[in-house]
Design a protein around this ligand. Structure first.
Ligand code: NAD
Length: 257
């Protein structure tokens, strides 16, 4: 719905590629000014900005590693300084590392938890502190995963982080409701993005996965962006503490033999 987010400012983390790039472009097309956060791909962030401008929207790029407390504080401070407010936060940045549970290293555990859970926690805290001080409402949207609920063997760190996001959203919905701030999760299934490069290159594995998806295809980043746009809109004003699954039916798939 073009224009329905005009006057709003949205930060989208990790928006130099994949789902984040699509959400940034969609929120901008809907009227928001978007802060395109990136960690180490300025060229991807510039591409997002180009896509936003081609859609008639506005965006600025800011470098911030969400796993750094200094960086997340600076990200929110700069958004307020440059754009005058910050109304919507999309915690999208995320990574995954595969290993048998007994082989997971402390380094890999820290890498995944620091981006996917600690990053979300402290960026959200910085975002909320500004809103609270300004007495303004806000929207928080976390890109979690079907794996906030569904087992994913050999990705125990990823599941621990996304499961953490599930309870973080529920608890913060209660704590932030009186401030007029909502928080919801989007839980995508298999989406066509660079995070799935290995899977996309492995045809037998990909075909086995597709057989488990009732809609018979992987999701597109734009499918996820459409829910983010809804959750950022006035139509979603009374929704908080929920998870929106978008997986082509993957998690409810069941067949009698
Ligand atoms: P992606 O790899 O294209 O996007 C992840 C983005 O996060 C990248 O732009 C990366 O640079 C950024 N990032 C990583 N660490 C960062 C950090 N420390 N600071 C700032 N940015 C950082 O993959 P994607 O599929 O678009 O992933 C986006 C989100 O969606 C992730 O949270 C992921 O877990 C989630 N997700 C993806 C799928 C899927 O199938 N693609 C399914 C469920 C959930």
């Amino acid at each position: 719905m073009p224009g329905h987010l005009s006057g709003k400012v949205a930060i989208v983390t990790g928006s130099s590629s994949g789902i984040g790039q699509s959400i940034a472009t969609r929120l901008a097309a809907d009227g928001a000014t978007v802060v395109i956060d990136y960690r180490n791909h300025p060229e991807g962030a510039e591409e997002t900005k180009k896509q936003i401008e081609a859609a008639g929207g506005k965006g600025i790029t800011l470098q911030a590693d969400v796993s750094s407390l200094v960086d997340v504080q600076r990200l929110v401070d700069e958004a307020w300084q440059q754009l005058g407010s910050c109304d919507i936060l999309v915690n999208n940045a995320g990574i995954e590392k595969s290993a048998d549970f007994w082989d997971v290293t402390e380094q890999d555990y820290d890498a995944v938890l620091d981006v996917n859970l600690k990053g979300v926690f402290f960026l959200t805290q910085a975002f909320v502190r500004h809103l609270r001080e300004a007495k303004r409402p806000g929207r928080i949207i976390n890109i979690s995963s079907v794996h906030e609920d569904m087992a994913f063997p050999h990705f125990s760190t990823y599941c621990a982080s996304k499961g953490g996001l599930r309870m973080l959203a529920r608890t913060l919905a209660v704590e932030l409701g009186p401030l007029g701030i909502t928080i919801n999760n989007i839980a995508p299934g298999a989406i066509m993005t660079p995070i799935n490069k290995k899977l996309l290159d492995d045809k037998p594995k990909l075909n086995a996965l597709l057989k488990n998806i009732p809609l018979g295809r992987m999701g597109m980043p734009e499918d996820v962006a459409a829910i983010a746009a809804f959750l950022a809109s006035d139509d979603a004003a009374y929704i908080t503490g929920s998870t929106y699954v978008i997986d082509g039916g993957l998690t409810v798939n069941y067949h009698e033999q």
